[in-house]
Design a protein around this ligand. Structure first.
Ligand code: NAP
Ligand code: G4F
Length: 344
């Protein structure tokens, strides 16, 4: 039985990845930082199957201690300050977590067991003001936020430890991926949650920022499969993971409101508060290399993604104790729906 350590296990991706690894027969160690109240909501359905280890990306010794105690063969570094607007208001802390935190994990690996395979959660935000369309592994980076800058550091320090110490370190350059487990501050879940609340008569408006920004949105359950595949290869390499389709925030809004037969213009208000000091206008990825070398491809398209998020929000708002279903169930509810009208 292989052992995997997942940092950021309480986050969106951490919960999906832990689930996938358990299904693959792994012993899963989830690293959590100490908080005054427990935030394992996304893990509720697998909590008794994973082991929790307390550690923090800010604390070098805690990382070394966890590796010494659990001796994982694979480490997935998903922990980060991941919200772009917060990186503008807390740029130093974002650098500590999202940039230097990667070095701390790599140092722990180098000291305890350099044979550990390491996955770094890199981001399409590194492409920022894009130098090429679509973006691929060879596209130059031009980050547009302290978060993007920190991720560029995390990417290059991973490459550097690979080249300097022969560590099996890979950088997965993942484009936006969403799900019912996405944080409510990110635009997709902010939209689907508001649509569900409006539909149920619990809200009457949705305030958003820039509706023109375009993103390549995929489904998180598909993207964690790519992370795992990257660590199963013969040699370490970096991969772009994306759907290859781009949509504007406004298109997401239209699709979401349309699904529940509401006219978005009656509810959406633009609010300068949600604009950013510098914006990433367009992201669209080319995942050809991942298709060729990993055999990876997405299974959930844009329309199905919007719908499965709204379905889940409606269900959760109507029954808050419902919790999150496992991946297979989450996708099943939308299977076939994306072709037809499939209204809720
Ligand atoms: P998320 O939901 O925001 O989760 C972030 C996780 O990091 C949480 O578990 C959080 O713990 C943990 N964390 C934050 N600071 C920490 C610290 N100092 N020590 C230990 N843990 C800490 O993010 P996500 O969407 O799952 O994304 C996972 C990773 O992929 C992140 O690195 C993100 O930057 C990157 N990424 C995400 C996307 C995307 O579209 N989702 C795309 C590209 C890259 P708490 O629960 O205690 O806050
Ligand atoms: O959903 P977002 O906050 O995601 P963003 O900034 O693209 O970052 C996410 O994806 C990255 C991968 O490219 C990850 F690395 C990162 O950790 C995170 O998961 O914003 C998407 C777009 C932006 O252009 C933003 O300006 O939506 C626009 N937007 C418009 N109104 C809004 C809003 N974003 C948010 N969060 N809230 C709004 O009201």
């Amino acid at each position: 039985m292989k052992t995997a350590l997942v940092t950021g296990v309480t986050g969106q991706d951490g919960s999906y990845l832990a689930e996938l690894l358990l299904n693959q027969g792994y012993r899963v160690i989830g690293m959590v930082r100490r908080t005054s109240s427990i935030n394992y909501d996304r893990l509720r359905h697998i909590q008794d199957k994973i082991e929790i280890a307390q550690g923090d990306l800010l604390d070098q010794m805690s990382l070394i201690g966890i590796l010494q105690e659990y001796r994982p063969q694979e480490v997935y570094n998903l922990a980060a300050q991941s919200f772009v607007p917060t990186s503008f208001t807390q740029p130093v802390l974002t650098g500590e977590y999202t940039a230097l935190g990667v070095t701390r994990v790599l140092e722990a690996i180098r000291i305890v067991d350099p044979a550990i395979r390491f996955y770094q959660a890199s981001s399409s935000e590194m492409f920022g003001k894009v130098m090429e369309v679509p973006q691929r592994e060879t596209t130059h980076f031009y980050p547009r936020s302290p978060y993007g800058v920190a991720k560029v550091y995390g990417h290059w320090i991973t490459v550097n430890y690979r080249e300097s110490y022969n560590i099996f370190g890979v950088s997965g350059i993942l484009f936006n991926h969403e799900s019912p487990r996405r944080g409510l501050e990110f635009v997709t879940h902010k939209i689907t949650h508001a649509v569900a609340r409006i539909k149920l008569g619990l809200a009457d408006e949705l305030r958003l920022g820039n509706l023109e920004a375009r993103r390549d949105w995929g489904y998180a359950g598909d993207y964690v499969r790519a992370m795992w595949l990257m660590l199963q290869q013969d040699a370490p390499d970096d991969f772009v993971i994306a759907t290859g389709e781009t949509h504007s925030v406004q298109q997401f809004v239209e699709e979401a409101f349309g699904y529940v037969d509401l006219d978005w213009r009656q509810y959406v208000k633009q609010d300068p508060k949600f604009y950013r000091p510098a914006e990433v206008d367009l992201l669209v990825g080319d995942a050809t290399k991942a298709g060729r070398k990993l055999g990876w491809e997405p299974t959930v398209d844009f329309r199905a993604l919007v719908r499965l998020m709204i379905d889940a929000d409606l269900k959760l708002l109507q029954n808050p104790n419902h919790g999150y279903p496992p991946i297979a169930e989450e996708i099943k509810t939308q299977a076939g729906k994306s072709q037809g009208t499939g209204k809720p």
